[in-house]
Design a protein around this ligand. Sequence first.
Ligand code: SF4
Ligand code: F3S
Length: 106
Amino acid sequence: TFVVTDNCIRCKYTDCVEVCPVDCFYEGPNFLAINPDECIDCGLCEPECPANAIFEENEVPDDQKQFIALNAELSQQWPNINKWKEAPADAKEWDGVPNKLQYLER
Ligand code: SF4
Ligand code: F3S
């Protein structure tokens, strides 16, 4: 399965959802999560993310392993998203800022 990680927070570019063939992205206030039970491992979303926030589960960086469980949890709670939408106005300023988990809104 593929996993959305830290750098998506407050960037939320949503380019990823446009290419997902099974529509398995779920939207929170400032982050998206992939439902691991629905993801078919096609890998199409990974190169689409301008923030490089998507990793295959086995390639998630060590300091971001907690996002594997977070995607599973949050995708159960949030509504589905399958259309691109405008990123937050300050998305560029947050792109690359480390440790944004503290800003995750649920
Ligand atoms: Fe969707 Fe494919 Fe990305 Fe899984 S790997 S979330 S199926 S685009
Ligand atoms: Fe997030 Fe990247 Fe998708 S920033 S919303 S994972 S395109």
